[in-house]
Design a protein around this ligand. Structure first.
Ligand code: SAH
Length: 502
């Protein structure tokens, strides 16, 4: 039997199945789950993953034009496949022969090419990733809704309302541990469609003291997604003096949008939620070569297509590699030929730790990743299929495994006043918060269709591998994410250990 504050909160969650959630078929970055028969009734969109995802370091199709390059055999960390990589000795851009011909390149492709031409040299994978995802004119996230069956991938909040509800239980428990402050900044980083927060607020509607305390702050770079979040949270603008304030009718709390965490006003106790945010932060990739660690870069080939090269010179971001390696054991380092480093994740974590130590509160980070060095995980997904990272940039999501060990070290180095808990698997996290009780409660009060959707959603959130109860088409068996996704908390030491990490 579940005990403690989480149990008491759980019993009082709103009793019904909401309309939200369960709307799509493909969970982000999981090859290849597919629609349940129920979910396919919601959607006629294509729903299969390609089983032949190209490796992020597969560059063989770009190699042929390389004349003055050294070819090196490298090991693709996770699969052990041998791949051919070309090392660009010149580091110089060679203009394509027919550069005067009209091009069908997208605006983003033209922009990326112009940066490489202007620099007369390649750009880092991190710069490529940042432009592809968040370029203010044509980045992947900027102008469209990328989630769900009609989009490119689906995330846990879109799979089931229970995900946002359980995060709500976690947040309320932390708020109680904080001494139930009258005002609290609830900050969500990268809220997507706003579904997680809407489910959190609906689920916690009965906890009036909690919802009354909330100042909601959303960190979102995409104007399109900001509008969707506004609608999902049932926001309305209310006049205040000469200006206006935006309020969510789900709970009456004020809602503000910001481009970065730094812009969120500080001074109030804080709860930060980051679900699938860190994996979108740009990573640098490094490759062990005979001359030492070299940064992998994106360059233009003779035919004006993008290709990977290794930087001929040391790059400034080697400083971050050195910082990351300083946190690793020599045994861990000996095993890897490639390392991904995310300076933006380190900086963001430092900001979170600083804020939590000065304002009180805590942060919850859930993402897919590893509790250690990440070797070669960058991947691209378009319309629920893996595609090559360099293929038509801006039309596919790019994401990388989150290095949770690096987050822990960054937080602990930033402040002595915070403690770091986890990571634990999503399955342990949701299970310890009582998701099994929640699913049972919802199953008491729903239609047969909703019951099927709840069971499938539950499996996808906490299960591991193929759902054993599945009776539909084999290629559509729901795949559990319970062990692939990890949860970590950073809290002010004043609060003690957060549930369920005690
Ligand atoms: N948390 C949501 C969405 C995850 S996708 C969910 O689980 O469904 C990543 C989200 O972060 C999107 O909303 C995207 O627009 C936003 N985002 C990505 N990079 C960002 C950045 N650098 N600054 C602000 N928002 C960003």
């Amino acid at each position: 039997m579940l005990r403690g504050p989480a149990a008491a909160l759980l019993r009082r969650l709103a009793p019904h199945v909401s309309g939200g959630g369960c709307g799509g078929a493909i969970h982000r970055r999981v090859p290849p789950p597919a629609a349940s028969s129920l979910l396919s009734r919601f959607s006629s969109a294509a729903s299969t993953f390609s089983s032949s995802a190209p490796s992020s370091s597969s560059i063989t199709d770009r190699d042929e034009a390389a004349t003055e390059e050294e070819k090196t055999e490298i090991s693709n960390g996770d699969s052990g496949d041998r791949l051919s990589i070309s090392v660009d000795r010149s580091g110089l851009y060679n203009p394509p022969e027919h550069s005067h011909e009209p091009s069908s390149d997208s605006e983003l492709v033209k922009h990326l090419k112009s940066i490489i031409k202007f620099r007369s040299g390649p750009i880092s994978v991190a710069e490529y990733m940042e432009e592809v995802l968040t370029n203010p004119q044509s980045g992947f996230y900027i102008n469209r809704d990328v989630f769900g069956e009609g989009g490119d991938f689906i995330t846990s909040p879109e799979v089931s309302q229970m995900f946002g509800e359980m995060i709500g239980v976690w947040a309320m428990c932390l708020w109680e541990q904080m001494g139930q402050p009258e005002k609290v900044n609830l900050i969500e980083l990268g809220p997507g469609r706003g579904t997680l927060l809407a489910d959190l607020l609906r689920g916690s509607a009965k906890f009036v003291n909690f919802t009354k305390a909330l100042n909601i702050n959303l960190v979102e770079c995409s104007p399109t997604l900001q509008k969707i979040q506004y609608n999902t949270l049932k926001c309305e603008d209310q006049p205040v003096g000469d200006g206006k304030t935006t309020v969510s009718k789900l709970c009456g709390a004020p809602v503000c949008w910001h481009a970065s965490l730094e812009q969120v006003p500080s001074g109030l106790p804080t709860i930060v939620i980051a679900h699938e945010f860190y994996d979108a932060l740009p990573i640098h990739q490094f490759q062990k070569a005979s001359r030492g660690w070299c940064e992998k870069m994106v360059d233009l080939a003779e035919d004006s297509s993008f290709r990977f090269v290794l930087s001929p010179h040391p790059t400034a971001s080697l400083l971050y590699l050195s910082k990351r390696c300083g946190w690793a054991s020599s045994e861990e380092l000996e095993k890897v030929e490639q390392i991904e480093v995310c300076p933006k994740a380190m900086e963001l974590t430092e900001q979170i730790a600083d804020r939590i130590s000065s304002d009180g509160g805590g942060a919850l980070i859930i993402d897919y990743g590893k509790n250690g060095i990440v070797s070669d995980s960058l991947q691209a997904i378009r319309k629920h299929k893996f595609v090559h990272i360099l293929d038509d940039p801006g039309s596919a999501d790019l994401s990388a495994y989150v290095d949770f060990a690096s987050i822990r070290h960054s937080a602990l180095e930033a402040s002595e006043d915070v403690s770091v808990h986890g990571p634990m698997t999503q399955s342990q996290f949701l299970g310890s918060l009582g998701i099994n009780f929640r699913v049972e409660a919802l199953l008491q009060n729903c239609t047969e269709e909703q019951a099927e959707s709840l069971r499938t959603g539950y499996w996808r959130l906490v299960g591991d591998g193929e759902a054993p109860f599945w009776e539909g088409p084999e290629d559509q068996t729901p795949i559990g994410m319970g062990t692939r996704y990890l949860a970590m908390a950073i809290v002010n030491k004043k609060q003690g250990s957060p549930v369920p990490f005690e």
